[in-house]
Design a binder for this molecule. Structure first.
Ligand code: 3EB
Length: 341
């Protein structure tokens, strides 16, 4: 006798001792959020958010949100201890580490040297603290597409990032690299690290970024399209995803067409992730907080409308004005998919 096949899989049981992370957009007071000892990190966005806090777990990202932004809150299963020394803010708990570093470009001698310093110090911290495996790194760079050809600031950032790594990462993490325009030439890098390696995922619709041909710069960007952490209680970490097919930018100047392409890329990435971990939901849901980076402020209303066509209302989303690292690309989406509750 065959038993009927359940229409949907029951929620995965909690994995004892496995690192877990919950990411939420929350409207609350910053002090109230930080009072929770299980909070690993809190992010504020744009000029309306507090610039800093004595607590090293707070970081402001200098991208203007669409309206009044909530805080993004990362919670872990365990007591968190935080520290700030030598310009690196860190928080450790529940088997995970958050860290953030800001490097002033002028004294460093430019974006390449600043990126090299940031990644060199990041690697040093990881080695000293037993967190061998960055799962995702976020990079925020002022005036990211300024400069021509190989002198473009993003390309120089890629050169410096790779130099700073000095071959210490056997595999690339997921990443986001977005431009801001706050006039501060301060490179901001933050990361989520674990003790176990995850599985890097590539997108069959896209050439791996680390294999981009020479035309995009002297150093291909070191990131993987998504990273599936070893712990099933951690979400899939999705890299910044733009309208890149193969290695080419698609639909220059056409916001709606770029949007459709971004979602085709995301769908394709979810298929790859589900082949690896069938328990991941097939579609974005309430546990898939996404960030949508929009190059032009004036596109925000159109972006809101496009998003409503692609995503059900219960998918948390944060719209930020930020520049994709190729001038012709108008929108990029990154995020998390399914955080165990
Ligand atoms: C792309 O597909 C878009 O350099 O860390 C996306 C995510 C992009 C991360 C990075 C760059 C980075 O090439 C750009």
């Amino acid at each position: 006798m065959s038993t009927p096949h359940p229409a949907s899989l029951p929620p995965q049981p909690a994995v004892l001792g496995a690192a877990r992370l919950r990411v939420d957009y929350v409207r609350a007071s910053l002090d109230g959020l930080l009072a929770d000892g299980r909070v690993l990190a809190v992010f504020g966005f744009g000029a309306g958010a507090p610039a800093r806090h004595d607590d090293p777990r707070y970081l402001r990202v200098n991208l203007q949100p669409d309206g009044a932004a909530p805080f993004e809150v990362w919670r872990v299963d365990g007591q968190v201890s935080a520290d700030r020394r030598g310009g690196i803010a860190t928080a450790v708990g529940g088997g995970l580490a958050f860290g953030a570093i800001e490097v002033d470009e002028a004294p460093a001698g430019g974006i390449a040297v600043a990126a090299e310093a940031a990644y060199d110090r990041l690697c040093g911290w990881l080695a000293d603290n037993g967190f061998g495996h960055v799962q995702k790194a976020w990079n925020y760079i002022d005036a990211i597409t300024e400069g021509d050809g190989d002198a473009e600031r993003y390309r120089q950032f890629c050169v410096g990032r790779e130099r700073g790594l000095r071959g210490r990462w056997p595999r690339y993490p997921a990443a986001t690299a977005i431009g801001c325009h706050d006039g501060r030439r301060v490179l901001q890098v933050y990361w989520l690290a674990a003790r176990e390696p995850g599985t890097p995922l590539e997108n069959p619709r896209q050439v791996s970024a680390f294999r981009y041909p020479r035309q995009y710069g002297p150093q291909p960007p070191g990131f993987t399209r998504a990273l599936l952490p070893a712990s099933p209680a951690l979400p899939l970490l999705i890299s910044g995803t733009a309208a890149v097919v193969g290695h080419a930018s698609m639909h220059a100047g056409d916001l709606a067409a770029q949007f459709d392409e971004v979602f085709r890329n995301l769908d394709s990435l979810l298929l790859v992730a589900r082949a690896e971990r069938p328990g991941l939901p097939a579609a974005f849901g309430a546990d898939s907080p996404l960030r949508v980076y929009v190059r032009r402020q004036e596109d925000l209303p159109a972006v809101r409308a496009r998003l409503a066509r692609h995503l059900p209302d219960h998918v948390p989303r944060l719209l930020l004005v930020g520049e994709v690292c190729r001038r012709e690309l108008l929108v990029e989406i990154d995020g998390f998919h399914r955080c165990a509750g």
